[in-house]
Design a protein around this ligand. Structure first.
Ligand SMILES: [Zn+2]
Length: 82
């Protein structure tokens, strides 16, 4: 069970933040914003995912530069992008 979404790197601290498999169970790997009913909600590249995530992280108080650095370190290691 992963605690970070393996697509966008969002922490999934609560089961309600987990996406759903096609049998309705909670996803072990992906969050509710990325994954629903066994499918990714958006067909994006890792670069596009990064561009989507940066503004959210800036909104939550991070500098844009730091957010980018963190995503560049984190996203390539996630299951979806390996
Ligand atoms: Zn996600």
């Amino acid at each position: 069970m992963n605690n970070l979404c393996q697509s966008c790197s969002m922490p999934m601290e609560d089961v309600t933040l987990r996406g759903t498999n096609n049998d309705g169970s909670s996803s072990e790997d992906y969050c509710v914003y990325c994954y629903k009913d066994g499918e990714f909600l958006e067909d994006v590249t890792m670069q596009e995912m990064m561009e989507t995530c940066v503004p959210h992280m800036v909104n939550s108080g991070m500098k844009e530069e730091d957010a980018r650095k963190m995503l560049q370190n984190t996203l390539p290691k996630l299951k979806r992008w390996c």
